[in-house]
Write a protein that binds this ligand. Structure first.
Ligand code: ADP
Ligand code: MG
Length: 692
């Protein structure tokens, strides 16, 4: 328009009305002539093309129909305000508006508005800017972030790694608008790569496909390089062999980024497209972010799962330990009374009470064995770790098993000459392995094979690290003992609960459900870790990770010969449980001791240090460790020995962990006795102490 508002003169011979009509139609931007009420009174061909309506459909339509649903109410208000104070708004002043097409799809547009005051109309010129490179990029980036956020939300909502794995392919494919997306994961042996999830997979490469982890396969190449790989065109790819199926499917280009957990490659996230040179820097960054998000979410899911499992076992362990402790006190009383009964003068060999007593004694011994198992699970057993040569231990165990287990089970042992020693209680380790072997036998009713292997552990699985008593322990300080059977294996529901005490799938009387629970407790208490790998019908592998000794083997000290107990030993017995005190006192009297009893440490100190008269002499302080609410046996012993260095100390407890703690904290001269014990064990412990 010229400043004077006059229409410029046309060259002669041209009819203004025809020219302006043609101009209107030929204009490259969509033009809409809109009245005050927002109705379209006139539009051009470009508008029809852009918005997907016919020209006739557009005429009479309100412009509110052309904005996305979400902003329609706002748009109407905005239009009203504009109607009251119309002003020209040129192109480029407001970026990235969105128009809604007749089919519901949306296009990125820019809109210029010019009021025609004389006619009371407004011209809207609408330009499709979606195809501008700058806008396209911005759009694309917005889409990428939106998809990243999608995976992020999913990672927060779900704890299930499978769900994350499955969804990530779909998200990658949608965001990048490509035909195919897939997640490959390295198998535990790192020799093969498994197609773990996918979108638009090829029939030739279905879910679960195993590819060799070699640099000449696409995912193998990525695993080897560890950096993103862009394939501009499969047709000219030189770095690895392109499977024919990719070419047959018309795939042209690809992008793959590594999945890494703490710097270790665990797989690859890959996308493929039918267009060549489909992937640039933006795509690499996007896929890398997606991969990072995926691995950290997977990592977290796994850690949480492991922790939950460990915590559950931990709390069951605490409960079990507590019960076993009380139980041991009861058993001490029962066994002691039985022993005293047996020795009563009125009971000769012919008495009918004899077999009854013998049966009761056997039963109480079995009960003691059971509580010992519970304590093992609860990690409250007294362990005597020492450097153990697995070569010797496994071969001797296998020899024994070959004779006793089942002739139809072939038993093999593979221990390298250079297999390091482990630091563990050898008897308990053997009993753990025996438990595992018995389970294997039960899983192979028709026979099969059972293999023991041991080797230095190259790397402790991350999941197990988090469970370690000391997660900072050096990873390479473990030896792994692997026990594999060819038996029926375990379905997931069994595998998940196999370590729980009392969990058994065996008929009543055949299984107690304490086998693996004790193995678990032993391994944990030995500062190691344990893993099961098993599936129904696929056999079972248990892997025990046992620490190596830190220091050189300690010389095993030969025990000095023990002299028999002399009569008249003066003993101060401290025990808060009346019945236990009573029975121990009876034992001591039976051993010809002179006994003074106290029910608490405070009372014992009074006996040792009477307010009047000479302090009495004692050869031995025999004290329980937990003495009710008052001072503990260990502190009592320390105080008593301070004034009586010559007095021997023998501590007892039904709580093996107390013994453990006492063992750690107490001077070497003290002896520890574990409840329940019989008269002979008490006598032996006293003899060891008093003869040294
Ligand atoms: P129990 O042997 O008394 O049942 P365990 O704690 O030793 O108790 O084992 C618990 C359960 O774990 C078993 O009942 C069995 O279902 C399963 N299990 C353990 N070891 C194996 C194995 N080698 N093969 C198959 N299943 C096993
Ligand atoms: Mg068992």
């Amino acid at each position: 328009m010229r400043p004077d508002g006059e229409t410029p003169a046309l060259p002669t011979g041209l009819d203004p009305s025809t020219v302006f009509r043609s101009l209107f139609q030929a204009f490259p931007d969509a033009l809409l002539l809109v009245d005050k009420a927002g109705h379209i009174v006139l539009c051009n061909e470009a508008a029809s093309n852009l918005l997907g309506y016919t020209v006739d459909e557009l005429h009479g339509l309100t412009v509110d129909a052309l904005v996305p649903d979400a902003i329609r109410p706002r748009h109407a208000e905005y239009r009203k305000a504009y109607g009251e104070a119309p002003r020209a708004r040129p192109m480029g002043t407001q970026m990235e508006l969105v128009a809604r097409r007749s089919d519901g799809s949306e296009v990125m547009v820019e809109i210029a508005l010019s009021p025609l005051p004389q006619q009371g109309l407004v011209v809207a010129a609408i330009r499709d800017v979606g195809s501008y490179p700058r806008v396209k990029k911005a759009l694309q980036r917005a889409r990428y972030s939106e998809h990243l956020a999608q995976l992020g939300r999913l990672a927060i909502d779900t704890r299930d790694p499978e769900v994350l794995l499955t969804r990530v392919s779909t998200i990658a494919a949608e965001a990048l608008q490509v035909e195919l997306a897939a997640v490959f994961l390295l198998e535990p042996d790192r020799k093969q790569i498994r197609l773990a999830s996918g979108f638009g997979l090829l029939p030739a490469e279905p879910l679960g496909t195993l590819l060799p982890n070699r640099p000449d396969t696409p995912p193998g190449y990525l695993a080897a390089t560890g950096t993103p790989v862009v394939v501009a065109d499969y047709a000219t790819e030189q770095r690895f062999a392109v499977p024919q199926a990719y070419l047959d499917a018309g795939l042209r280009s690809a992008l793959a980024v590594p999945l890494a957990e703490r710097g270790r490659i665990i797989g690859a996230l890959t996308v493929r497209s039918r267009r060549s040179q489909r992937f640039g820097d933006d795509e690499v960054h996007f896929l890398e972010s997606l991969a990072n998000l995926l691995t950290s979410s997977l990592q977290r899911a796994k850690t949480e799962e492991a922790l939950n499992h460990a915590q559950r076992l931990e709390s069951v362990g605490q409960l079990t330990g507590g019960i076993a402790h009380d139980f041991n006190n009861l058993l001490t009383v029962i066994q002691g009374n039985l022993q005293v009964l047996e020795d009563l003068p009125g009971l000769d060999a012919s008495s009918p009470a004899k077999p009854l007593l013998a049966a009761a004694t056997r039963a109480s011994r079995r009960a003691a064995e059971l509580t010992a198992k519970l304590l093992t699970f609860a990690r409250r057993q007294v362990l005597q770790p020492e450097p153990v040569d697995l070569h010797a231990l496994l071969n001797s165990l296998a020899g024994m098993l070959r004779r006793t287990l089942d002739q139809r089970i072939a038993i093999t042992v593979e221990v390298g000459e250079d297999c390091p020693l482990v630091l563990a209680d050898p008897a308990q380790l053997e009993s753990a392995l025996l438990n595992i072997a018995i389970n294997a036998r039960d899983a192979m009713p028709e026979g099969g094979w059972l293999q023991f292997r041991a080797s230095a552990c190259a790397s402790l699985p991350d999941r197990l690290r988090t469970e370690l008593e000391d997660p900072s322990a050096a990873v390479d300080r473990f030896v792994q003992i692997t026990i594999t059977d060819s038996g029926q294996g375990m379905p997931e529901a069994v595998r998940e609960r196999a370590f729980e005490p009392f969990f058994t799938t065996k008929a009543a009387g055949r299984g107690t459900g304490l086998g693996l629970a004790t193995v678990y407790g032993f391994v944990k208490q030995s500062k190691g870790a344990i893993a099961i790998s098993s599936a129904q019908g696929m056999g079972t592998t248990l892997t025990l990770y046992i620490p190596q000794p830190w220091t050189a083997a300690r010389e095993s000290e030969d025990k000095p010969d023990v002299a028999p107990l002399r009569a008249g030993i003066r003993v101060l017995l401290v025990e808060d449980d009346t019945e236990v005190r009573h029975i121990v006192r009876t034992f001591l009297l039976g051993l010809a001791c002179i006994v003074e009893s106290a029910a608490s440490a405070e009372q014992a100190l009074q006996v040792l240090d009477p307010p009047t008269g000479e302090p009495p002499h004692f050869d031995l302080l025999l004290s329980d460790i937990a003495l009710g609410p008052g001072m503990r046996g260990t502190e009592l012993a320390a105080r008593a020995q301070a004034s009586r260095p010559g007095m021997a100390v023998l501590l007892m407890s039904g709580y093996s962990s107390e013994l453990l703690d006492a063992d750690r904290d107490s001077p070497p001269g003290w002896e520890l006795l574990r409840k329940p014990y019989g008269r002979e064990e008490l006598a032996a412990a006293m003899a060891r102490l008093l003869s040294s």
